[in-house]
Design a protein around this ligand. Structure first.
Ligand SMILES: Cc1cc2nc3c(=O)[nH]c(=O)nc-3n(C[C@H](O)[C@H](O)[C@H](O)COP(=O)(O)OP(=O)(O)OC[C@H]3O[C@@H](n4cnc5c(N)ncnc54)[C@H](O)[C@@H]3O)c2cc1C
Length: 428
């Protein structure tokens, strides 16, 4: 049997081709030479061998949420994992086996049937693949660590089309690299996740103030964050008119009354909402606003501290808007050397993002986001791998980590077969 006999390939003009090459950011409009719709690990391995035999550049698609559209090659072979979305939960062992093309919503839905969950991001149509391989931040991370901290093992197709397992005991160096090093070492066809009992309820609290009050409010919010319980993840968002601060609370015991009182002491809010909802609703409530048909651009920073001067800089020209989400808790319990993922001492993740529809606005929107992010760069201590958008890889990893990752890349993918990603280049 030749590799092609095991593959379902879509070519330009085929039914389903345009749908399969369409990803979250509507600015991405590339045309792969072929799309391999993979249904099994064997098909993924066949696709890798087929691409290499035909000198086709490889891109890997899971949820299609990469801002830069890294899942779609111009020419080349898109290895499309979306048919591999199965999730199997063992409630007794508190373990989920998740195929490499699954979406966060698939994992959350299956796990929540038993009141279980693991850390996943905030929008249900994000891919488990990209999110977990780059770290994976979500509302449970302060209690249970990042998504990558909850992976027990990975099944991976290598650049040679071989299938290997990586865990703490099998290929442990590869396991280390897969925890935050992205899609650089191969294609993950199955993740085995540790699940946690979290119940099924969540609370979202939001307090809004006029922008004129933002400085003292953000200072108070920052100071209170230092003593926040791990069930709470502090959030803030701001634009030219107003600032909203609050938190998302998940888990048991589920009573944030004391925290709500502390927020009320910040001052008189123009609006206060405390929403009790199911965990599954929490995990899907941003799905529409983060929907697929828009053109998108974002920039992000990690803040290791938020001095008053940084707050002033945030407020100087916030027209395009920004959001902050707290790290800490179990994320920073893990020693930095334990995984490729770095910057575990981050206090807040900053993101400024724009969405629009008219291509004529591209230049202006992109320039505005970049300019605002640039004013905050002096306060940044790196960036989140999964939010990098044209940033140097050195923003995600300090030099010693990058050196170790380079060695690992050289061992597992010496010719950089997997380079359409946040790329770690092999040595030489
Ligand atoms: C609306 C939205 C919300 C987000 N929310 C969060 C959040 O709450 N928390 C958070 O941490 N991040 C979040 N992100 C960022 C997200 O983690 C990254 O965009 C991530 O790359 C998305 O993964 P994906 O599988 O959907 O993307 P894709 O574009 O399909 O893949 C991105 C890259 O990941 C790699 N990849 C994907 N799957 C595999 C696999 N199985 N094997 C090998 N490589 C693979 C490939 O290199 C690919 O180029 C969000 C992004 C968006 C657009």
């Amino acid at each position: 049997m030749t590799a092609t006999e095991t593959l379902t390939l879509l070519h330009p003009g085929d039914a389903g081709y345009d749908e399969a090459r369409t990803v979250w950011n509507a600015m991405v409009d590339r045309h792969p030479a072929a799309i391999a719709r993979c249904r099994s690990t064997a098909e993924v391995a066949a696709a890798v061998r087929y691409a290499r035999a035909n000198q086709l550049e490889i891109a890997v698609r899971c949820g299609g949420h990469s801002i830069a559209g890294l899942a779609v090659p111009e020419g080349g072979l898109m290895i499309d994992l979306t048919p591999m979305g199965a999730v199997e939960v063992d409630p007794g062992a508190k373990v989920a086996r998740v195929q490499g093309g699954a979406l966060l919503g698939d994992l959350d839905r299956e796990a929540q049937k038993y009141g279980l969950a693991t850390t996943a991001g905030n929008v249900s149509h994000t891919g488990v693949g990209g999110l977990t391989l780059g770290g994976g931040m979500g509302w449970l991370a302060r209690q249970f660590g990042l998504a990558c901290d909850n992976v027990i093992s990975y099944e991976l197709v290598t650049a040679d089309g071989e299938v290997v397992t990586a865990s703490a005991t099998e290929n442990p160096h590869l396991f280390w690299g897969l925890r935050g090093g992205g899609g650089n070492f191969g294609i993950v066809t199955e993740f085995e996740f540790r699940l946690h009992h979290i119940g099924t309820r969540a609370i979202v609290a939001a307090f809004t103030y006029p922008i004129a009050d933002a400085f003292p409010v953000l200072r108070a919010w920052r100071d209170l964050n230092a003593s926040a319980p791990r069930q709470a993840t502090f959030t803030a968002s701001l634009n030219a008119e107003q600032v909203t601060v609050g938190f998302v609370w998940v888990g048991e015991p589920g009573n944030p009354d004391a925290l709500l009182e502390a927020f009320r002491a910040f001052g008189t809010a123009t609006s206060e909402t405390v929403e009790e909802l199911s965990y599954l609703t929490l995990q899907t409530r941003e799905d529409s606003i983060q929907g697929h048909r828009y053109r998108r651009y974002w920039k992000g920073h990690y803040f290791k501290a938020l001095p008053d001067d940084a707050i002033r800089a945030l407020l100087r020209n916030p027209g395009i808007g920004a959001s902050l989400q707290a790290y800490g808790g179990a994320i920073s319990d893990v020693p930095d050397d334990d995984s490729a993922f770095s910057h575990r001492d981050t206090l807040f993740e900053f993101v400024t993002a724009a969405r629009w529809e008219d291509p004529a606005d591209d230049e202006d929107r992109i320039a505005t986001v970049r300019a605002y992010a640039a004013t905050l760069e002096q306060y940044a201590g790196g960036a989140y791998f999964n939010m990098m958008n044209g940033d140097s890889i050195g923003r995600a990893f300090p030099p010693a980590k990058l050196a170790r990752l380079t060695t690992l890349k050289t061992i597992w993918d010496q010719t950089n077969v997997f380079h359409l990603n946040q790329n770690i280049k092999p040595a030489g």
